[in-house]
Every structure is written in structure tokens, then in C-alpha cells.
Design a binder for this molecule. Structure first.
Ligand SMILES: Cc1ncc(COP(=O)(O)O)c(C=O)c1O
Length: 407
């Protein structure tokens, strides 16, 4: 059974604010970060939180205060990082198809620059400067991918080994002194062996590059993608086992120099600690029973986009009595949070809790059908704090131009 930790406290929010909204658990988030940091305490380790997962300054700030950096992929994410005082080499800038302005901002902040293409290295050197510390995203052909991220040969991200060689040589020749290597090969995996197998491919590449180019690599970023148990009977990722496997590989492959190990997880840190709270608006009997809620795919698109499972519980009700499709109000038939899900008997006004929405949830939101983005709250152990207000119709209309639209 999945638990919702704020069964009592949530009533304060429900009295005051309209649903749908997100709530996060600050203590849970920090515990997940500590668990990861402790698991890798055998090496010089740093987690760079993937900002795209939960780009909310309050959350970035509490992570930053706990020795966590940020993995940024866009201009806005760089600004968000700066806003909460995470700067310099506490930022890793991993973008793809990158506009030059974004590189300029990353350079200005002193971020570690991670390149996705040789052409970008050329442009960076020409238009921005010589990076103090840089890495390249490696997509080895033989790596083991996962469903969401796809297989390496069809990946738009990163480069094969021969391009890596060319890129590092180019950077070394132009005067870059400090190097790392980056890879992000899986998404939401609970398979410790898969992560370890990919890590060994990366470790081998670092040694090979080091031998050919005479570079001592300062860090290896083994990526994010550590999974969380979305389904009630999914197992948890065994971080201890994973870390021990990586430690063994590290000791086997690194005798001469000792690179730091970085990760850039998003989901593992915030995923289980965020909930989308939504109210039942309407129940429709058709070929099936549809429960219409006031949230929709624009608030959480993972189920509609990937068919991803998100557990749903009902505030104050337990047991599985009836099968429902839980749907939003978008004019899209994939606007469904659950299909044929057994839930307690529902009625209008019931509050549903959509679990594990803390990463790639609110952040993937959009405005299709003029649906508005929801508010976010965090429980800090004592009380709920609003960390983002809900979007209003005025916000939605505020970018419109064109003269006589209001007449
Ligand atoms: C480059 C990069 N790093 C890290 C992440 C974080 O992934 P996760 O939240 O699954 O750990 C992503 C996810 O899209 C990514 O694209």
C-alpha cells in the first residue's frame, strides 16, 4: 500500500485553496538525497539534481543547502540555479541542440560545460571562450537503454567514441585543462545490474581516452535515471547494492587516478515525495465508468504521454470496489490518469491523491485547452508553505498581442 503522509494536514489546504494542486514532502526529499549521498560516501561524490524534474526554487534551495548541485539544461534552469545561489562548478550544464546564449550564461556562472556535439565545442570556443572544465556526453553503441530513453543508436543525445576522441583532443589542443566524462543512458530503472553494466562501459572509455590523450579525468557523471517504485508492488532500487557494484568496478578500473563520481538524478530525489491532489467533478456511465477529475493531462502528462502508472488513493476511503477510468477534461482521449483502475466507490467531491508526481510532474505541464498550471505547496515538517501560486486567466492571456482582441 502506498501511503499519503498528510492525511490530516491536507484539510487545511483543501479549505483554503481550490484543487488541483501539488504537495511535496520536504523531509522525504532531503532523506532521499542523504540516502544517495551516503550510499556513495566511499568516493568523492556529488549529486547534481536534474532541475527539469522539479524546477521550483524552494526545492532547489533546500537541496543546495545540503551539498547538492544542479544539472541544468536551459537558460531558465541556469537562472533558477543562480536565483538560489547555486553557481560555479555546482552547476553542470547538460543541454542538447543548444542556443549560444545558453552557453554564454553557463560560462558566466562558471558552470561545468557538458558538450553534446563537436560543432558545439567549435561554436563555444569561437563565441564564448575556453571552458575551465568540460565534459562530453557519451552514448556508447553497446550501452543498455530503457524504454523511455530508447536505444543508443536512435538517441539524439551524446556522441560515439570516435567523436569523443576528436572532441577531447580539440579541447586539449585549445587549452582546456580539466575534463570529465558524462553519460545518461537509462531512465527510471530499478535494475541495479543495468546501471552497473553501463557504468563499466563508461569507466572503460575513460581509461581508453586517458591512455590515448594523456588526460587525467577529474570526474565521471554516470547520469540520472535511478528508478522509483511507481507501482505498489515494485521493488525499491537497492542503492547499497548498486553503489557496491560500482565501487568494485571503480577499484578495478582506476588505479592511477581517482575521478570523482557525479550523478544527476531528478526522479529519485523528488519523485516519491510529490502528490497531485484533485477532486472528483463528475462520474459518467458509458461503455465504462469514467471519473472526471479537476486535474488533467496538462497538470501531469506522464500517464498520457508514456502510459506511465501513477498510483491513486482516495482521501478517507480504502479498499478496491469498482473499476474506473480516471480522466481529465482535455479534448484528447489519452487524457487519462488511470485505465480500469480498481478504486473505492467514488462520488462527486471525493479527493484523489495521485502519487509519485514529484518529478517530471508539474514541470511537464502545459496550457492546452487553456488549462491553467496548478499551485505547489511543501510541508516542511510543521506546516504547508505555498511555493508556487496557481496560474490565473490573466497570466494565461498576458502574452497575447494584437490590437482589438478585447473589443
Ligand atoms: C540529461 C539528463 N540528466 C538527468 C535527467 C534526470 O532523469 P531522472 O529524473 O529520471 O533521474 C534527465 C531526464 O530527462 C536528463 O535528460
Amino acid at each position: 500500500m502506498k501511503k499519503f503522509p498528510f492525511k490530516n494536514e491536507i484539510h487545511q489546504l483543501l479549505k483554503k485553496y481550490p484543487t488541483p494542486f501539488y504537495v511535496y514532502d520536504e523531509i522525504g526529499i532531503l532523506n532521499s538525497l542523504k540516502k544517495l549521498q551516503n550510499a556513495f560516501s566511499w568516493c568523492e561524490f556529488k549529486e547534481y539534481f536534474a532541475v527539469k524534474a522539479t524546477p521550483t526554487p524552494y526545492i532547489l534551495k533546500i537541496l543546495g543547502k545540503n551539498n547538492c548541485g544542479t544539472d541544468c539544461s536551459s537558460l531558465a534552469e541556469l537562472y533558477l540555479s543562480e536565483m538560489v545561489n547555486i553557481t560555479g562548478e555546482n552547476i553542470l550544464f547538460t543541454s542538447n541542440n543548444t542556443p549560444i546564449e545558453e552557453y554564454k550564461k553557463a560560462y558566466e556562472l562558471g558552470a561545468i560545460i557538458n558538450f553534446d556535439d563537436i560543432g558545439h565545442i567549435d561554436k563555444f570556443i569561437k563565441e564564448v571562450g575556453i571552458p575551465k572544465i568540460a565534459s562530453i556526453r557519451y552514448t556508447p553503441k553497446e550501452a543498455f537503454g530503457t524504454e523511455i530513453i530508447g536505444d543508443p543508436v536512435n538517441s539524439k543525445f551524446g556522441m560515439p567514441f570516435n567523436k569523443l576522441l576528436e572532441g577531447y583532443k580539440k579541447m586539449k589542443d585549445i587549452g582546456v585543462k580539466r575534463f570529465g566524462l558524462h553519460a545518461m543512458l537509462v531512465s527510471n530503472t530499478l535494475d541495479e545490474d543495468l546501471i552497473a553494466k553501463n557504468t563499466e562501459i563508461i569507466f572503460k572509455a575513460v581509461n581508453e581516452l586517458s591512455n590515448i590523450l594523456n588526460i587525467e579525468y577529474e570526474f565521471i557523471d554516470i547520469g540520472g535515471g535511478f528508478g522509483i517504485p511507481y507501482k505498489p508492488d515494485d521493488k525499491e532500487l537497492d542503492l547499497h547494492l548498486l553503489s557496491n557494484n560500482i565501487k568494485e568496478l571503480y577499484e578495478k578500473h582506476f588505479k592511477e587516478f581517482k575521478p570523482k563520481i557525479f550523478t544527476e538524478n531528478g526522479r529519485y530525489i523528488t519523485g516519491p515525495h510529490g502528490y497531485l491532489i484533485t477532486k472528483v467533478l463528475h462520474i459518467k456511465e458509458s461503455y465504462k465508468t469514467y471519473v472526471g477529475v479537476d486535474a488533467n493531462m496538462a497538470n501531469l502528462m506522464r500517464p498520457g504521454m508514456y502510459g506511465a502508472y501513477h498510483h491513486i488513493s482516495v482521501l478517507g476511503k480504502e479498499g478496491n470496489f469498482k473499476k474506473y477510468d480516471v480522466v481529465g477534461s482535455l479534448c484528447e482521449n489519452n487524457d487519462k490518469f488511470a485505465i480500469d483502475r480498481e478504486l473505492p466507490e467514488l462520488e462527486e467531491g471525493d479527493i484523489l491523491i495521485i502519487h509519485d508526481a514529484g518529478a517530471h510532474g508539474h514541470s511537464m505541464g502545459f496550457n492546452y485547452n487553456g488549462k491553467l498550471r496548478s499551485a505547489e505547496f511543501i510541508y516542511d515538517g510543521n506546516e504547508f508553505k505555498m511555493i508556487r501560486r496557481a496560474q490565473t486567466l490573466d497570466d494565461y492571456f498576458s502574452t497575447i498581442q494584437g490590437g482589438d482582441i478585447y473589443v
